[in-house]
Design a protein around this ligand. Sequence first.
Ligand SMILES: NC(=O)c1ccc[n+]([C@@H]2O[C@H](COP(=O)([O-])OP(=O)(O)OC[C@H]3O[C@@H](n4cnc5c(N)ncnc54)[C@H](O)[C@@H]3O)[C@@H](O)[C@H]2O)c1
Length: 264
Amino acid sequence: MAEELSGRVAVVTGGAAGLGRATVERLLEDGARVVIADLDRESGESLATDYGPDVRFRQTDVAVAEQVQDLVGFAVKEFGGLHLMVNNAGISGAMHQTLLDEDFADFQRILSVNLFGVMTGTQTAARHMAVNGGGSIVNISSIGGVQAGPGVLSYRASKSAVIHFTKCVALDLAEYGIRVNCVAPGGIPTGLLASATAAEEVTRRIRAHMAAVQPLKRQGTARDVAEAVAYLGGDRSLHVTGTVLTVDGGTTAGLKPMRPASAS
Ligand SMILES: NC(=O)c1ccc[n+]([C@@H]2O[C@H](COP(=O)([O-])OP(=O)(O)OC[C@H]3O[C@@H](n4cnc5c(N)ncnc54)[C@H](O)[C@@H]3O)[C@@H](O)[C@H]2O)c1
């Protein structure tokens, strides 16, 4: 469907890099006008200049409710409405700590960005959409929120909470024509993974994961995630709400079948 989002306005938090940036590009291809909201002023302003008149940048810390409220007001003022809110901004934590070592120094910040940022982004967008004909909200979780595993405990807990929050508010907001869904990506090389572990380890870890665990033997890309957001953001998903779309090469689908040991 060409130009599926023509006439629509989207906000993408964390849109200045990684998965958010790929999402901005994908939504522009579908004809949307997009506000990039990010802490990173330099990258955000530069992207808005490069992308042209259908893009604006608003410096925003999603952990601060007033800034998120201001962001939604900015989108409405600049482009006349808000139809798609992508709550993508997120941060990770130290990869190698186990519970016994964990001092939870990162806990407050991670929860503030990854969970509170999503909650306040959803609420603020929904308050506008509820009295303006509805809309779509897409929250970026992670397979770390679907499946338990070692390390980044606060991150995993925050992403799991995003899924449950999304389902609860999908029920709450359906009567207003507002759909709320999650995308849960698997490991994709971006700055976020580099912040969770040593940068040089990222590619090695993803390759090892692909070889050992991931059913589809290809490396996921930011574009793969952006495609899922575009689907949930537009009219092809009009009957879809409260769901989690994993984009993980099949990693969380289940265990691989046991092969019988070959007879010697
Ligand atoms: N990359 C992966 O493998 C992966 C996997 C699963 C889920 N995710 C999720 O996808 C989302 C995007 O991750 P990414 O890999 O693109 O990360 P990234 O670090 O490449 O980009 C994140 C962007 O968010 C911005 N940001 C950070 N804190 C912010 C805040 N408080 N307010 C506004 N902007 C802020 C950063 O400046 C940056 O531009 C996150 O929610 C992340 O948890 C990523």
